[in-house]
Design a protein around this ligand. Structure first.
Ligand SMILES: Nc1ncnc2c1ncn2[C@@H]1O[C@H](COP(=O)(O)OP(=O)(O)OP(=O)(O)O)[C@@H](O)[C@H]1O
Length: 287
């Protein structure tokens, strides 16, 4: 399977000497849906920001990040053509989400700006066909009726969904989502995760999503990469992350990942008469 994201020897030391990423080496294949988990401060956002070319790794190390074979950064230098590379990446990052004063449809169509002439992008003038594509993307994420509203009037979950619609319109083949459900209620969280899973499945989009909740990772992502103090401490099937494994990896910090862990499954518990089994059988026992 072709490689979507390749990371080798990536280190990040912030001013003051805090090591936020330590010798990160990863390969994510096209079409994977991967969760990044870890306690608060473990380096999830920092890693995603490096993948997006928004932050450069340590210059002294030979850190390399490539997306679809194109270099995002190498040896602490962001690639000169990073804008072009970003055209193929969809971001569901809080700070990038939407321009609140503009209508939802314009925000979504911003995903096509790299494809339209400069004068049209400045005037925000879109063709009927482009608008139809935007509405179709909004329909796929279930908020097409909101197309004319100012983005600032959407709920948090709707804003995340609009950001995903923008990535669809953009034709992104990699979507990076930084804690997209962190501040959402269970129902909105489920919708956002369902949509990410759909674009992964239907559009064969590679999705990397950082999550606090390990059981959401287990439910939606076949593979989980777990970070602890900037290091990859687990990279494998999500079902292998039992409470016992998490306690071994994180010690007392495991509670951070486990205690927040059931806000989607608790919703299902209410809906289903059968008891929800929060933890799948550990791999060792299943074999
Ligand atoms: N700009 C910065 N300057 C200095 N230190 C930073 C900076 N950004 C992040 N850090 C530190 O790097 C470490 C990793 O932070 P990061 O935000 O990546 O963690 P996280 O796993 O995403 O946490 P959370 O789940 O709380 O969002 C933390 O110790 C954080 O304090």
């Amino acid at each position: 399977m072709p490689t979507a994201i390749h990371i080798s020897a990536l280190n990040k030391t912030f001013r003051g000497g805090r090591k936020a990423l330590q010798d990160v080496n990863l390969t994510i294949n096209t079409g994977e849906m991967v969760a990044l988990i870890g306690a608060s401060g473990s380096g999830k956002s920092t890693l995603l920001r490096h993948m997006a070319g928004l932050m450069a790794g340590d210059g002294s190390a030979q850190g390399l990040i490539q997306i679809h074979g194109k270099t995002v950064q190498k040896g602490g230098q962001i690639a000169r053509d990073i804008r072009q590379i970003r055209e193929g990446i969809g971001f569901v990052f809080q700070q990038f989400n939407l321009v609140g004063r503009l209508p939802v449809i314009i925000n979504v169509l911003a995903g096509t700006l790299h494809k339209v002439p400069m004068w049209r992008s400045l005037l925000r003038w879109f063709t009927q066909a482009e608008k139809a594509r935007g509405i179709e993307a909004l329909r796929r994420v279930g908020i097409d009726e909101c197309w004319a509203q100012r983005a600032s009037t959407l709920s948090g979950g709707q804003q995340q969904r609009a950001a995903i619609a923008r990535a669809m319109v953009q034709g992104a083949k990699v979507v990076l989502a930084d804690e997209p459900i962190a501040s959402l209620d269970p129902e909105s969280s489920r919708k956002v995760m369902d949509i990410l899973a759909r674009i992964n499945r239907e559009d064969r989009c590679t999705v990397v999503v950082s999550l606090h909740q390990v059981n959401v990772a287990i439910k939606y992502c076949p593979r989980t990469i777990a970070l602890h103090q900037g290091r990859v401490v687990y990279d494998g099937p999500s079902v292998g992350l039992t409470p016992a494994v998490l306690r071994e990896l994180y010690g007392a910090d495991a509670d951070d990942i486990l205690s927040l862990g059931d806000h989607i499954s608790s919703l299902e518990d209410k809906a289903k008469p059968v008891p929800h089994r929060a933890w799948p059988v550990p791999l060792a026992q299943a074999a």
